[in-house]
Design a protein around this ligand. Structure first.
Ligand SMILES: *Cc1c(COP(=O)(O)O)cnc(C)c1O
Length: 375
């Protein structure tokens, strides 16, 4: 009998759910015949990257592409360290912060270890631990999409080795307040690695109740890491670069051992340095997104839809009917959204905020689809 590839694949891998990136915009373009697809499925910035990034890309091309990147990413790590007041040796870089989620699981998890995270949540907070054979316990949010402190406290008492907590959360956009984050930190066993995923923190920073996770964890004598990304507010999703600030240099060194040596390419390093230096562009993106967040959420609520209280650059909307069907109808009109598929949220879509014009088209089309009574 010949060996099939399927018989070679590890059991944990064969059972992994596939990551769902949302519908393919090329297919949506073909299906809808729309001249321009409005892509609201990946929480990308409609305002693009800083002009300084284009300049960095041109310089990078002029220098030529034949050399390997700096495997330590020292210039970028130093720039990040300087901007946040931490030594560069505690900064870890990744091919997107997703890459760091993966490296953390590879470095820390043994088969059977327990990982605690939230539901609904970011699928990679579950997929990467399961890849390592870990068990994942997902703590549900409250009925109002809030953080369930009592449920978290019970889950943390079970002794996880790794905790993945996003603030603000994806897909709800809801944030933990200063007091809530303090409680999770206090309830997390000191033997666990606490991973605070702040992919959307720039959007939440203006909120007076949004905690400075880094400042809160900085004084803690325990293992932790705060993850950030250039993909969302900085508008560099296509270039792939994220970073983490770790409790200690030893954690960074452990991740160095499991990562591929050139995981962050030279273009990404140069683009991120340029993006980091343009405070005005970041502030402008955050301000414009905040205006749209308030305006679009109000419009949905005014139409009687349930919308999670978001502090990020997207909305989690209860359509009151099959989200898969709603998404399909939106795709036919050239708008890409993400139908949520976690149990209990089959009627929800997650839609990124875009420009005022795009958001208006989205509100109008979705309202029309729901008024037709698709179920
Ligand atoms: C988008 C996102 C990330 C990371 O994105 P990268 O592009 O890999 O940096 C991480 N966590 C959450 C919760 C996200 O939504």
């Amino acid at each position: 009998m010949s060996t099939t590839s399927a018989s070679l694949v590890r059991r944990e891998v064969a059972g992994l759910p596939a990551y769902d990136p949302g519908a393919d915009p090329d297919e949506v373009a073909a299906l809808s015949g729309a001249a321009r697809v409005i892509k609201l499925s990946n929480n990308e910035s409609p305002f693009g990257a800083s002009p300084a990034v284009a300049e960095a890309v041109r310089r990078w091309l002029a220098d030529g592409v034949s050399r390997y990147p700096d495997p330590t990413g020292k210039r970028l790590a130093e720039a990040i360290g300087k901007s946040l007041g931490v030594p560069a040796e505690r900064v870890v870089l990744g091919n997107g912060s997703e890459n760091i989620l993966e490296l953390l699981c590879q470095a820390v998890l043994d088969p059977g270890d327990l990982v605690t995270t939230q539901a609904p949540g970011f699928s990679l907070h579950e997929i990467f631990p399961r890849m390592m054979g870990a068990r994942v316990e997902k703590v549900p949010v409250t009925a109002e999409f809030g953080f369930d402190a009592a449920a978290w406290r019970a889950a943390l008492a079970a002794g996880p080795k790794l905790v993945f907590l996003a603030n603000p959360c994806n897909p709800t956009g809801a944030m933990l307040s200063v007091g809530e984050l303090k409680r999770v930190v206090a309830d997390t066993p000191e033997s666990a690695l606490l991973v605070l995923d702040e992919a959307y923190c720039e959007f939440a920073h203006p909120h007076p109740e949004y905690p400075d996770g880094l400042a809160m964890l900085r004084g803690q004598d325990r293992p932790w890491i705060v993850l950030r990304t250039f993909s969302k507010a900085y508008g560099l999703a296509g270039i792939r670069v994220g970073f983490g600030i770790a409790s200690d240099a030893a954690l960074v060194q452990a991740l160095d051992r499991v990562r591929t040596p050139y995981n962050v390419n030279q273009l990404a390093q140069a683009a991120a340095i340029a993006a980091l230096g343009d405070h005005a562009h970041l502030a402008d993106t955050v301000r414009r997104t905040g205006v749209e967040l308030a305006r679009v959420a109000d419009r949905w609520r005014g139409k009687g839809f349930r919308v999670a209280p978001s502090s990020a650059n997207f909305l989690f909307i209860d359509t009151g009917r099959s989200a898969d069907r709603v998404a399909e109808e939106l795709h036919r009109t050239g708008i890409v959204v993400k139908a949520w598929r976690e149990p209990g949220y089959e009627n929800f879509i997650r839609a990124s905020l875009s420009t005022p014009e795009d958001n208006d088209v989205f509100v109008r089309r979705l309202a029309e689809i729901c008024a037709k009574g698709t179920r």
